[in-house]
Design a protein around this ligand. Structure first.
Ligand code: FAD
Length: 359
């Protein structure tokens, strides 16, 4: 790819993931991040939402309200349910036709399935599970020249190639890796849920709607969705919760979560968990907070019987107020907490609940 090819690639695209006609929060967060990145690239750079589905046009107003300048609508009866084949085909075609500079996906089950297949078809780079994105302005040419295997073809020799700098946890969360894909376009990333800020909603905002021609037949799809089965328990929306009460190995067993549920009921929160509690089979994985679970930013985060391993902190350290309950005053979570309650949680939590009643 040479400089001329690079110049054809414009705009920041966000895959507007929807399920049963409802947009995923992460897509709105990515629109907010897209607005920030587009301003850093140039005034002309637009933020575009790619809306795939069957008669999903009713979601356009919400996408404009959260920052989309343009919506590429890809509508077809065969796109009603998500299938890897169909979504990868139509999205790849759209990217080849309109040539976005950056394409962002939420790191959801669908985003994690779809993005790598599109990247492979386009023969471009993809960074998975990002927690931060920036536009680089530093001169990467000299840096790349130190690596004799790296190509600097197509990069601006003056070094003002404004590419995407992607940051993600590596080596079990002990390091943050910065990744660039300077020689290919588009630059693609999946982004963790809850790590980017959505814009304030601007009701009534409008934009451009582009209806993308769809060339799709049943032969393109090699799987058939026979039935959609809802999880027995309602999916817990940790990313939306303002208060989260999480329990860890210190609960001592699955019955410990009854105490956490009581606390959550009392304070109007939802139940979270450490991986140790999930791996022990005490609670479903959808409750897990942390590097390999959900990243959360609630107003209040209760960490009960959780030591505060770096992988757990990676998912909750940006909470507004952290309240730790632990019998070990030296536990890392007690250091991180705004309020550290030292003691046996089986005593401290009932006292907290009783105190709440008298407030
Ligand atoms: P422990 O570390 O065993 O801590 C239990 C705490 O409870 C202790 O501090 C103890 O003092 C306290 N306690 C015990 N009894 C009581 C009591 N009666 N009253 C009060 N306090 C008590 N972990 C995550 O949570 N989320 C992740 O997403 C995640 N991803 C990971 C990814 C990788 C690649 C790796 C290697 C690890 C990951 N982990 C993750 C695991 C992580 O390293 C820790 O093992 C885990 O977070 C520990 O969980 P815990 O704090 O519940 O248990």
């Amino acid at each position: 790819m040479n400089m001329t090819d690079f110049a054809q690639y414009k705009d920041v695209w966000v895959f507007a993931e929807q399920r049963a006609g409802k947009l995923m929060n992460v897509s709105l967060e990515l629109l907010g991040e897209g607005c920030r990145l587009s301003r850093e690239i140039s005034e002309e750079t637009r933020v575009c939402a790619v809306l795939i589905g069957d008669r999903a046009g009713h979601l356009a107003d919400e996408l404009y309200a959260y920052g989309a300048d343009v919506i590429y609508q890809i509508d077809h009866a065969l796109l009603k349910e998500y299938t890897t084949d169909a979504y990868a085909k139509v999205m790849t075609n759209a990217i080849n036709t309109y040539k976005p500079e950056i394409v962002l996906f939420g790191a959801t089950f669908i985003g994690r399935d779809l993005a790598p297949r599109i990247a492979a078809r386009l023969d471009t780079g993809l960074t998975a599970d990002c927690t931060r994105l920036d536009i680089r302005t530093a001169n990467y040419i000299d840096y790349l020249k130190r690596d004799t295997t790296a190509s600097t073809d197509g990069l601006d020799p003056k070094g003002d190639d404004k590419g995407l700098k992607q940051t993600r946890p590596a080596f079990g969360g002990n390091l943050m890796a910065t990744i660039v894909t300077p020689n290919t376009r588009p630059q693609m990333a999946t982004v963790r849920l809850g790590v980017m800020d959505r814009k304030e909603k601007n009701e009534g905002a409008g934009g451009q709607l582009i209806k993308v021609p769809v060339n799709l037949s049943a032969d393109d799809i090699h799987v058939e969705v026979v039935e959609t089965v809802k999880a027995a328990k309602a999916f817990v929306s940790l990313t939306d919760a303002e208060i989260i009460c999480s329990g860890g190995r210190g609960l001592g067993g699955p019955e410990g979560f009854e105490l956490i549920e009581k606390l959550a009921d009392k304070v109007g929160g939802v139940v979270g968990a450490s991986r140790a509690a999930v791996d022990s089979g005490w609670i479903d994985q959808s409750h897990q907070v942390g590097q390999t679970g959900t990243t959360v930013k609630p107003k209040i985060y209760f960490a009960c019987g959780i030591s505060g391993a770096i992988q757990h902190q990676a998912g909750m350290k940006d909470s507004d107020i952290i309240i730790a309950i632990n019998k070990d005053p030296g536990a890392p979570m007690m250091e991180l907490a705004d309020y550290a309650l030292c003691g046996d949680l089986k005593k401290v939590i009932p006292e907290l609940i009783a105190q709440w009643d008298t407030e």
